[in-house]
Design a protein around this ligand. Structure first.
Ligand code: ATP
Ligand code: MG
Length: 227
């Protein structure tokens, strides 16, 4: 039996720009069981990134609650929330945001350094992660010298360094060729299957979505079961 790791409850999210108000999510509910892989598909602009940002506590809805392991994210103070996020949630963003002044290895280590761990405690783990995505030889490169797909893989390693229970990934294979994306895919599913991680991902790749245990479509501002 799965227990629930993450619940989105009756979420409404609107963006205000000048006079106009845009409703992106409306009364959206979603349950992510622990150990599941949940895929969200949907048209460009349907609100997928907005949904992930809210699920991971990076953005707040006007209405509704996000509950992660029995804790309501919206009731946490900013600092508490960012510490919680850093330790519990691994994010892979749609555009791979890496720190340009640091090497690939340092980028991977960063969430652990922020947590207060010492470089020598985590360097080995970071190197192992880079090896896992075939980037061992790029560890000392700065992001500016990496290709888009390599940056995406570094971003994935960074999301994993603190050993989060959930990985939230926005188009993790979006900009990758077939070989790199199948590498990332197999890493993600190994994490779910062997390490009991939970995966919440947005993808336009139907084959990838179909590998997940649950598949939803974001349509009419809500998540509908897709089959
Ligand atoms: N900060 C913001 N302010 C105003 N509008 C926003 C903001 N962020 C997103 N939007 C709007 O909300 C809608 C949903 O955006 P979102 O990025 O969630 O879409 P998406 O489904 O991830 O699209 P894509 O597949 O292209 O990545 C879009 O119409 C977008 O223009
Ligand atoms: Mg998006």
């Amino acid at each position: 039996m799965h227990d629930t790791l993450l619940t989105l409850q009756n979420i409404t999210k609107r963006f205000q720009s000048g006079e106009t108000q845009l409703t992106v999510l409306e009364d959206l509910s979603l349950t992510v069981p622990r150990g599941a892989s949940v895929a969200i598909i949907g048209k460009s602009g349907s609100g997928k990134t907005t949904l992930l940002n809210i699920a991971g506590g990076l953005d707040t809805p006007q209405e509704g609650a996000v509950i992660y392991k029995d804790r309501v994210l919206s009731s946490m103070k900013d600092r508490q929330l960012s510490e919680y996020r850093n330790s519990n949630i691994g994010f892979v963003f749609q555009s791979h945001i890496l720190l340009e002044d640091f090497t690939a290895l340092e980028n991977v280590m960063m969430p652990s350094l922020i947590k207060g761990m010492r470089p020598r405690e985590i360097r080995y783990t970071a190197q192992k992660l880079l090896e896992r995505v075939d980037l061992a030889s790029r560890a000392s490169h700065h992001p500016g010298k990496l290709s888009g797909g390599e940056r995406q893989r570094v971003a994935l390693c960074r999301a994993l360094i603190n050993d989060p229970d959930i990985i939230i990934a926005d188009e993790p294979t979006g900009s990758l060729d077939e070989q790199s994306s199948s590498g990332i895919e197999s890493l993600l599913f190994d994490l779910v299957n062997e390490q009991n991680k939970t995966l919440l991902l947005v993808t336009h790749d139907i084959a990838l979505a179909e590998r997940c245990t649950h598949m939803y479509q974001l349509i009419h501002h809500r998540c509908e079961r897709y089959s």
